[in-house]
Design a protein around this ligand. Structure first.
Ligand SMILES: Cc1cc2nc3c(=O)[nH]c(=O)nc-3n(C[C@H](O)[C@H](O)[C@H](O)COP(=O)(O)O)c2cc1C
Length: 331
């Protein structure tokens, strides 16, 4: 499909995205493609490619995702109370370099409304749901646990796994929660309330090796069941058209995100055991998906590829995986 949304202003294209997905899924939808299906802690993933946090902030499209080929969905970031986006421009695109910029700051309708959307979709659920949780922007860092526990009290029964977002660059001071001390305490408080449901932690690509070691240690000691690597970056490539603040994703995040994945696997070593490792950041082609799996991630997520390549990306990946499988079998 030709990306005609390229000619719309970025903000308008963003607003029309859900409508486009709905239309595309009703015209081209089918059963979820089954490639490299995967089991983890009783969950079945028909395939290993999902949508990243922020794509479906309010659980509006849960029935459409499997129809376009998505193997698992993430909803959110969800906050306890509804909140509006940050003021001013919040999204922009660099088509030449396939980079995306955003300064959204967790706009969402709040956990009580999202609960209704999840409940409405529950009857038709066919793939795992991850619920990504975070604090409202007015909540001080030492009260983050209360915000997270409030969300869990409403949504516990609806998520297959939960994701703690401590890595968005668009909520002031949030990334400080990635320190070992903060993360261990926060993780253990949340894990205690989740009981048997897994908690994953989403980390920033801007961590130094030492900081990454500390974050992984804090998460593991606190009882996390896995990590999502990574969120958007504050770094900018040369001649970048975007402002200094806000997060960059897409093609220029690829190397940073792969580096963090490789370092994390090395740091965890044998402690990885059955921790779920999910790679996100700069996955722009079907070969990129294969590469992340080959490095050792269990699952892969995309956001920017949907913007630049369109919703058919998931079926393109499925075709490549199936073609590779058939070729291997015949040789
Ligand atoms: C417009 C936009 C909004 C995002 N919102 C969230 C969010 O609410 N929560 C979150 O954990 N990540 C959010 N992200 C980060 C993505 O989930 C992902 O980690 C990042 O974009 C890197 O993947 P990509 O290169 O495939 O886009 C957002 C990204 C974009 C571009």
């Amino acid at each position: 499909m030709y990306p005609f949304w390229k000619f719309l202003p970025a903000g308008l294209a963003h607003q029309l995205g859900p409508l486009g997905i709905s239309l595309y899924s009703s015209l081209n939808g089918g059963p979820t493609p089954n490639w490299k299906s995967f089991q983890w802690r009783g969950l079945t993933f028909p395939n290993r490619l999902g949508i990243a946090g922020g794509v479906d902030k309010n659980a509006d499209l849960l029935l459409q995702w499997p129809r376009i080929g998505v193997g698992f969905s993430e909803v959110g970031t969800i906050t306890p109370r509804p909140q509006r986006p940050n003021p001013g421009k919040i999204v922009d695109r660099d088509w030449e370099h396939k980079n995306l910029w955003n300064k959204m700051g967790f706009p969402n309708i709040g956990c009580k409304e999202i609960k209704l959307n999840l409940e409405n979709a529950l009857e038709y659920k066919s793939t795992p749901w991850f619920l990504n949780i975070g604090k409202n922007r007015t909540t001080p860092n030492d009260c983050v646990a209360q915000d997270c526990l409030e969300i869990i009290s409403h949504l516990h029964h609806l998520g297959d796994a939960f994701v703690l977002n401590v890595s968005s660059p668009n909520t002031l001071g949030l990334r400080a929660l990635q320190s070992r001390e903060h993360l261990e305490k926060l993780t253990s408080q949340i894990v205690a309330h989740l009981k048997s449901k897994p908690l994953l932690i989403k980390l920033s690509p801007d961590l130094t090796t030492e900081e990454l070691e500390q974050s992984l240690e804090g998460g593991v000691q606190g009882g996390a069941s896995g990590f999502i690597l990574t969120n958007t970056t504050l770094r900018r490539p040369a001649n970048c058209p975007f402002p200094k603040e806000g997060g960059l994703s897409g093609a220029d995040l690829k190397n940073q995100s792969m580096h963090i994945l490789k370092e994390s696997l090395q740091i965890l070593g044998s402690r990885r055991k059955d921790l779920l490792m999910i790679s996100a950041g700069g996955v722009m082609t079907p070969s990129d998906v294969e590469e992340r799996l080959a490095i050792g991630s269990d699952l892969v997520q995309i956001y920017s590829a949907m913007v630049f390549e369109g919703p058919q990306f998931f079926h393109q990946v499925a075709e490549k995986m199936n073609a590779d499988f058939l070729q291997k079998r015949s040789t």
